[in-house]
Design a protein around this ligand. Structure first.
Ligand code: HEC
Length: 105
């Protein structure tokens, strides 16, 4: 008699997939100190993330442009204050933050 292996262990429910995009990114922004100078809604030292999203809406290379700006810093786009390089952010994190910022409305 054959003994069929039932893959009951694969019946787990994928949790997290339905969670709102953004909660993890907000925590990442917090942990990387971005929120010392930025908020989602209001200009502080740097522009609000919603202003950034609006400015780059429809620009195809915006995510990679912003990801490299997040890592290397830079200035002259939003005003006289430059953003220092954020050396605590790696390329993957910078891309994640940039993608998230660009979704804000
Ligand atoms: C010390 C303050 C400071 C910190 C910390 C900081 N920023 Fe900024 N950020 C600025 C300023 C000031 C500007 C505007 C620079 C300019 O005019 O080009 C800016 C600009 C930006 C922009 C828009 C860039 C552009 O070219 O339009 C993005 C996106 C951004 N910051 C994301 C981040 C993220 C993500 C972090 C955390 C890893 C972070 N910033 C940390 C001050 C800061």
């Amino acid at each position: 008699m054959k003994c069929w292996v039932v893959s009951a262990g694969l019946g787990f429910v994928l949790t997290g997939a339905g969670a709102a995009f953004g909660a993890d990114e907000m925590a990442l922004a917090q942990s990387k100190n971005c929120l010392a100078c930025h908020t989602v809604n209001a200009k502080v030292v740097g522009p609000s993330f919603k202003e950034v999203a609006a400015k780059y809406a429809g620009q195809k290379d915006a995510a990679s442009l912003l990801a490299s700006k997040i890592m290397s810093g830079g200035g002259g786009v939003w005003g006289p204050i430059p953003m220092p390089a954020n050396l605590q952010v790696d390329a993957a994190e910078a891309k994640r933050l940039a993608d998230w910022i660009l979704t804000l409305k």
